[in-house]
Design a binder for this molecule. Structure first.
Ligand SMILES: [Zn+2]
Length: 268
C-alpha cells in the first residue's frame, strides 16, 4: 500500500503537471468515482484551471479555480501517470492543457481500492484527519493533548490513529519509535514532552529517509526483495544500535518490531 512518502511523491508529480494548467477533458465510468455520474465527473472538471495540489495523510486534493475539489486516494495500487496513450488498468483520465502543450493524466488502479471524489467542499474523510506531519509539521503540545485523551492505548496505536496525525502508518510508527528509543507498548498518555519531541524527530527522520530513497529512483519497496527499513520486518535480526535481537509484538492487530534492549517503556 502506498504510504505517506509514496503519496507525497505522487502529489509532487501531480502538482508539476497540474498547477496552473487547464483541464480540457475528463472521463471515468468506473466505480472508484464516488457519488457522481460520468457526465457530472466530466462537466464539473472540464474547463477548470488547477490552483493547487495538496496532500493530507494519504489523500490528495486538487483545488480548481471555481472552488471545486477533486479528491484522490490511491488505495492499494493507484497511480497517476502522464502519458499520451492509454495505460493498463486505467480508471479515469484528465486531459490537460498548459499553453499549447497537451498531456493526458491517467489514473490506473489494478485492484480498484482507490477513490476519486468531486466535491464543492472538503469531504469528511479529509476534514477528519489530524495534521500532516510533513505538510504541517508536528506540534508537540497539540499532540500531547490528543494523546492524553487516549489513556489506554499504546503509543504505537495512537500514532497510527489518523485523527492524531495524518498518514502515519505501521512502518513509520515502528521506525519512529525505534529512533526515539520508546517501547511501542508504552501508554500514549505516559510519554513526556521530551519523549514526544523524540517521537516527532523519529517520524520526520523515517519520512525523510523513505522520500530520499524514492527520489533516488529506488523501486517501490513493495515491488522489491530488499527491505529498506531499519527495524520494520526484521524480527530476530540484531538491533542496529545495541545488537539485541529485535522482538515482535501485536498491537491493535498489527505486527510491531522493536528492540527490548534500547527502547524503554515510557512512564515505567
Ligand atoms: Zn537496541
Amino acid at each position: 500500500m502506498p504510504e505517506l512518502p509514496e503519496v507525497e511523491l505522487a502529489r509532487a508529480e501531480l502538482a508539476r503537471w497540474l498547477e496552473g494548467a487547464r483541464i480540457v477533458g475528463a472521463s471515468s465510468d468506473d466505480r472508484i468515482v464516488l457519488r457522481c455520474s460520468p457526465r457530472t465527473f466530466a462537466s464539473r472538471l472540464t474547463g477548470r484551471r488547477v490552483r493547487a495540489v495538496d496532500r493530507k495523510g494519504k489523500w490528495l486534493r486538487v483545488m480548481l479555480d471555481d472552488g471545486t475539489r477533486l479528491f484522490s486516494h490511491l488505495g492499494m495500487t493507484g497511480d497517476w501517470i502522464a502519458q499520451r496513450d492509454p495505460v493498463r488498468f486505467e480508471r479515469a483520465t484528465l486531459e490537460i492543457a498548459r499553453g499549447r502543450r497537451r498531456t493526458n493524466l491517467r489514473y490506473a488502479d489494478a485492484r480498484r481500492l482507490g477513490r476519486l471524489v468531486v466535491s464543492s467542499e472538503d469531504i469528511a474523510a479529509w476534514s477528519a484527519l489530524g495534521p500532516d506531519p510533513l505538510a504541517e509539521g508536528i506540534d508537540v503540545d497539540r499532540l500531547s493533548e490528543k494523546l492524553a485523551r487516549r489513556k489506554k492505548r499504546s503509543i504505537k496505536e495512537a500514532l497510527m490513529d489518523q485523527s492524531v496525525l495524518a498518514g502515519v502508518g505501521n512502518i513509520q510508527a515502528t521506525e519512529a519509535l525505534w529512533h526515539a528509543r520508546i517501547d511501542p507498548r508504552s501508554r500514549a498518555c505516559a510519554l513526556s514532552r521530551a519523549d514526544l519531541r523524540a517521537v516527532a524527530r523519529g517520524i520526520r527522520w523515517t519520512i525523510a529517509r523513505t522520500l530520499a530513497d524514492l527520489r533516488k529512483g529506488s523501486e517501490r519497496w513493495q515491488d522489491s526483495d530488499v527491505n529498506p527499513f531499519v527495524v520494520y520486518g526484521r524480527k530476530g535480526e540484531p538491533c542496529p544500535r545495541c545488537k539485541t535481537p529485535l522482538s515482535r509484538v501485536m498491537l491493535g492487530g498489527r505486527t510491531t518490531t522493536f528492540c527490548a534492549g534500547c527502547q524503554r517503556r515510557a512512564g515505567a
